[in-house]
Design a protein around this ligand. Structure first.
Ligand SMILES: Cc1cc2nc3c(=O)[nH]c(=O)nc-3n(C[C@H](O)[C@H](O)[C@H](O)COP(=O)(O)OP(=O)(O)OC[C@H]3O[C@@H](n4cnc5c(N)ncnc54)[C@H](O)[C@@H]3O)c2cc1C
Length: 480
């Protein structure tokens, strides 16, 4: 039987893969999108069960105005529906427990990002100086911060401990990086977006509705999506991509764009024998973001009206020391707790009178992480102490771990890697000018997604990558 031929094969229908494939097809290239799961959305896919629609874990879209989501949708000529504007999360937000206090204070999610009455006039001025300095950085100054970690950057300012903690927790949950490993340039760019394009949003119908909408345009324009198709090998001959082998057969194309993660792509799907040793070693040495683990609570009553809470204290901040302790198996005494209520954004996502809550806490990325049951039970203790009503109304609790994250998304090809929440993009020395190029050193091979080509928060980062990578691929196609 003849092997089907395409202009381009995209491997993986995560946010980056979906947006990139849809743009390429729209611009006239015959594109095949291959996805191993039975649905699109990658780490942000949606489940539909027992009348509930939910993500596997908390996923918020940030920013929300004038975004790359809108840019792709406009280019494709499709409409996307976001939840109403949520500058400070409606009813929820960042809840900080000051030292020696049992009470939580609500931190503002808009500048100057603080509890005004907790800060003196001088402290407020210093926080404002920090934010205005970040907003005024020139491109050259921004580049110079690519390999400065945010802890060191923050030490240039005399901000109070509560603000340090807030920003550190912000980095811990947005970039899933220890504060002394996250890049100051990524934080400055993301904070600037956060303040000018507003906080977080949700796509009506579930987060993956966005990517399903992109897929409608893809198919409308003649693109071919094959689900439940795992790419086992990207075929390279004489330094030139030829196509892919999958568990359903071979497909030919002179261009492959991989959304499967740069480490799995280089070290497994292509094979490092096809790369220069230095390049392969560089890719192997890249550091993944940390992971999230947690639970899904299916409840027989609506016990939580607000849409999102991030609950934390000074003891919750993750720096490299905490990361190393967690790597050695230690469970933190005080955990950052995320409680996410999809119905707080879209009330139609659960049967009348019922609720699903998604919780999360920071952990290592290792899919072989030990003591996962103890971690889940410790998180459950924290969550149900925060809202004891939850325990009384549980129909079912489903735990998820970094092994599940890896299974749903990227393969583990380096020890400790695979369950990363975001990817590789926000760590000092790996982002901005140091980020791996979307063009691999093999003719016809490109990367799209959080590992290459974008910046910012998770799904927006991946979509921004698609907006940047698709024109590079188009140019390659036209010139070859
Ligand atoms: C617990 C958790 C919470 C998160 N919370 C947020 C949040 O609040 N906000 C936010 O913006 N982001 C969040 N993220 C991160 C965000 O979901 C990711 O950064 C984003 O999905 C990455 O997009 P991507 O396109 O790079 O790839 P991915 O989402 O990783 O998708 C890759 C796709 O490629 C497919 N694939 C891989 N290998 C193969 C293969 N060999 N053959 C075929 N298909 C393959 C996978 O099945 C998957 O569909 C969260 C992630 C996790 C795990």
């Amino acid at each position: 039987m003849a092997v089907p031929k395409y202009d381009i094969i995209v491997v993986g229908a995560g946010p980056g893969g979906c947006a990139c494939a849809a743009l390429l097809q729209k611009w006239g290239m015959k594109t095949l999108l291959l996805e191993k799961n039975d649905r699109v959305g990658g780490k942000a896919l949606n489940m539909h069960k027992d009348g509930f629609t939910y993500e596997l874990w908390p996923v918020l879209a940030t920013p929300m105005l004038d975004t790359k989501f809108h840019e792709v949708a406009n280019e494709l000529g499709v409409e996307i529906k976001m939840s109403e504007i949520v500058p400070a999360l409606k009813g929820g937000g960042f809840l900080y427990r000051p030292p020696k206090s049992k009470k939580y204070e609500s931190f503002n999610l808009v500048p100057p990002f603080m509890i005004p009455e907790m800060l003196t006039k001088e402290e407020t001025e210093e926080v404002n100086r920090l934010f205005s300095d970040m907003a005024a950085l020139t491109p050259t100054e921004m580049d110079a911060l690519d390999d400065v970690n945010f802890h060191d950057f923050l030490c240039r300012y005399n901000v109070p401990r509560s603000v340090y903690t807030f920003l550190a927790v912000f980095i811990n949950i947005l970039f899933l990086a220890p504060i002394d490993l996250a890049s100051a340039s990524e934080m400055a760019k993301t904070m600037n977006d956060f303040t000018t394009k507003l906080g977080s949003a949700y796509f009506i119908g579930g987060q993956a509705q966005l990517f399903e909408t992109f897929m409608k345009a893809f198919k409308r324009d003649g693109g071919e999506l094959r689900l439940r198709t795992r790419v086992e090998r990207i075929i390279v001959e004489d330094g030139q991509v030829q196509g892919v082998y999958t568990d359903k057969g071979a497909f030919k194309a002179p261009i492959v764009v991989s959304n499967a993660g740069i480490q799995p792509t280089v070290l497994k799907l292509v094979g490092e024998e096809h790369f220069d040793k230095g390049y392969a070693n560089h890719i192997r040495g890249l550091i993944p973001s940390m992971g999230l683990m947690g639970s899904r609570y299916f409840l027989d009553k609506v016990v939580f009206e607000d849409n999102t809470y991030v609950i934390y204290s000074d003891d919750c901040v993750w720096d490299m020391e905490d990361y190393m302790k967690a790597k050695a198996g230690e469970i933190p005494k005080d955990m950052i707790i995320i409680v996410f209520n999809p119905q707080g954004f879209d009330p139609n996502l659960a049967p009348e009178g019922k609720q699903v809550l998604l919780t999360a806490t920071v952990c290592v990325a290792d899919p072989k992480m030990k003591n996962t049951k103890q971690w889940a039970d410790a998180l459950d203790e924290h969550v149900t102490r925060f809202n004891p009503e939850i325990r009384k109304h549980i129909i079912r609790r489903e735990d998820y771990t970094t092994a599940d994250v890896s299974r749903v998304t990227r393969d583990s090809v380096v020890p400790g890697q695979g369950g990363e929440c975001i990817g590789l993009g926000q760590i000092v020395g790996q982002c901005g000018q140091y980020k791996p190029s979307p063009s691999a050193p093999i003719q016809g091979l490109f990367y799209v997604g959080v590992d290459s080509g974008g910046y910012g928060v998770g799904i927006h980062h991946a979509t921004e990558s698609a907006v940047n990578v698709a024109p590079i691929v188009l140019r390659y196609h036209q010139t070859h």
